[in-house]
Design a protein around this ligand. Sequence first.
Ligand SMILES: *Cc1c(COP(=O)(O)O)cnc(C)c1O
Length: 372
Amino acid sequence: MTEFLPFTRPHVDEAAIAAVGEVLRSGWITSGPKVAEFEKQLSEYFGGRPVRTFNSGTCTMEIALRIAGIGPGDEVITTPISWVATANVILEVGATPVFADIDPITRNIDLDKLEAAITPRTRAIIPVYLSGLPVDMDRLYAIAAKHNLRVVEDAAQAIGSTWRGKRIGSFGDFVSFSFQANKNLTTTEGGCLVLNNEDEALLAEKYRLQGVTRSGFDGIEVDVLGGKYNMTDVAAVIGLNQLPQLPAITARRHALAQHYFTSFGAGFEAETGVQLPVQNFETTNWHMFQIVLPEGVLRADFMGKMKERQIGCGVHYPPIHLLQLYRERGFHEGLFPVAESVGRRIVTLPLFPKMSETDVERVVLAVRESLS
Ligand SMILES: *Cc1c(COP(=O)(O)O)cnc(C)c1O
C-alpha cells in the first residue's frame, strides 16, 4: 500500500533531539542561555537588527502593535487571506481591522487597494507574505512613508525569503516570524520579532514577561501591563539546530517547487483551468505550493479524491472576514470578491524538505486524476 503523504512534515533531526535532551538534563529548561544565544544568532541573520523571541508568531504582532501605541480608535489594514491570527491581534489591542482585497496572481494584499483603504484613522498595516512570497516591498514602504503608517510585517511564513537580495527581516519596520511546527524553521511553537532599536526591544521584553524590569539582587518594577510570552530553552535549542540548515532547507524547497512546475508541464493551466503559483525562484522561500482550482470544482470533493490517493492537502486560508467573529463586526460576502473566490478554491499541495521528486510526481498525477 502507498504511504500517506501529508502536506507538510516538520524537519527535526537527531542532533536537535539530542540537544533537547541536553537542555532537559541541564537543570535550566525555561528561558536562559539557549534563548539568549538564539536571539544573538537571529540578530546576526537579520543583519544586526534587534531581535527578541516569544512563544508564538501571534503575540509578536500583538506586541509590535502595543509598542507602536496602537489601540482603540485606530484602524489597521490587512489582507483577508491569512491565518486568522493576523486580524485577531488587531482586535486584541482594541483597534479596528480593515481589510483590502488580494491580488489574484500573487494572492497577497493588493497594494492599490491597500492604499485606497487608508483613512485619517489608519495607523498601521500588516502585510502577509502568503506561502513566503513577499509583496512589492519598495512600494509597501513608499505607501507607509507617504501616509506616516507603522508596518508590522506578518512574515510568519517568510523566513529565508528575500527582496532585492536582502533577507526579509533585515530591513523595514517591525517584522514578525513564526516558528510553529509547519513553518520552514520550527521550535515546535515560537516566534521572533525584529525591532528597530534597543528601546523597542526593552519594551518587547516587558510585554513578554508581565511588564517586569529587574534591577540589582532584589529590585523589581512593573510599569506596563505585560503577558507571559517567553520562549523556553527547550524550544530555542531546536531553533539553534535549524538556523544553520535554513539555506539548505530553502534550496530543497526551491528544487521541489521547480519539479512541480516541470511535472505539471507548460500546458497544464490552459488544459485544466487550474492556477499554479507564481513561478518565482528569486524572492520566495517556497513555504507552500498552492494551486487555485477552476470554478465549478468543489474543493472538498477534490481533497477527498486526493485523500483516496493517499495525499494530504491543506486549506490556507478561508477568508477571515467571513468568520463569525468578523461577520459580527459587519463584514459579509461581496466585500472582497477576489479573496472570496480564491479562498473557496485554494489548495495547498504537499511540500516539505524530506519529500522526494517521486512524491511530487505522485501528487501531480493525483491532481490530474482528481480533476477528471
Ligand atoms: C503561522 C502563522 C501565524 C501565527 O503564528 P503562530 O506561531 O502559530 O502564532 C500568523 N500568520 C501567518 C500568516 C501564519 O502562517
